[in-house]
Write a protein that binds this ligand. Sequence first.
Ligand code: SAM
Length: 231
Amino acid sequence: MKQSIEAVALCRSPYKQKFAIPRQPNLVPAAIARLEMQGECNRAECLRGLDQFSHLWVLFSFHENLAQGWKPTVRPPRLGGNARIGVFASRATFRPNGLGMSVVRLHRIGQEGKQHFVEIAGADLLDGTPIFDIKPYIPYSDALPDAQGGYAQTPPPSMPMRVLPQALAAMEEAERAHPGFRTLAEQVLAQDPRPAYQREAGREYGVQLHDRDLRWQVIEDTNCVTDVVKC
Ligand code: SAM
């Protein structure tokens, strides 16, 4: 059975590359993304009543991965990157229909000119992600406290962040340009986004958040920001 679907919104997110995006929503509450409503859905009436809910389900496309296709088994980082499990026993980003789903906090609903939008907090979405559906989160049916989490019982451990003296002025400038930038950086780095196969001491990493290239090293299990460069 085939069904063609069209994006109802486009995600504008601080995450300009896949690297360092948290692996699930709500791990970085400071990440505010904007869902810009598209086409027929760019109308106030489509969003009427949504503000009664604190959280939303967002269904979307892993659009940057579609070209690479999918495999029946995947190797989740959670299992050390070697053990294979079925793609449907994972939240892998390479899937038969390339569909993702995230539950996120509703930040605000607004309009700028003719553009209606829904801002969400804690998204794990790349900038430019096509959104296929938005639904209210309904606690009485969606919150299941006795559910079993299999191999994904707990969130990843959290690593502290320090801004080195040479990066202080640049971090303050980024904070002026993007209020909340420092908290966003702290929460993103707390997830320790370094690739498992690339963790040698002294290595410098970089990730683009908004229009800033955040550069850091891990020293004694602490993320040490070495610079924040305007892109
Ligand atoms: N919460 C969703 C789910 O369970 O379907 C996504 C989980 S998935 C593991 C989260 C990762 O998807 C992020 O870390 C990021 O690397 C990747 N991602 C986010 N947006 C994407 C996009 N538009 N295309 C490809 N990968 C994307």
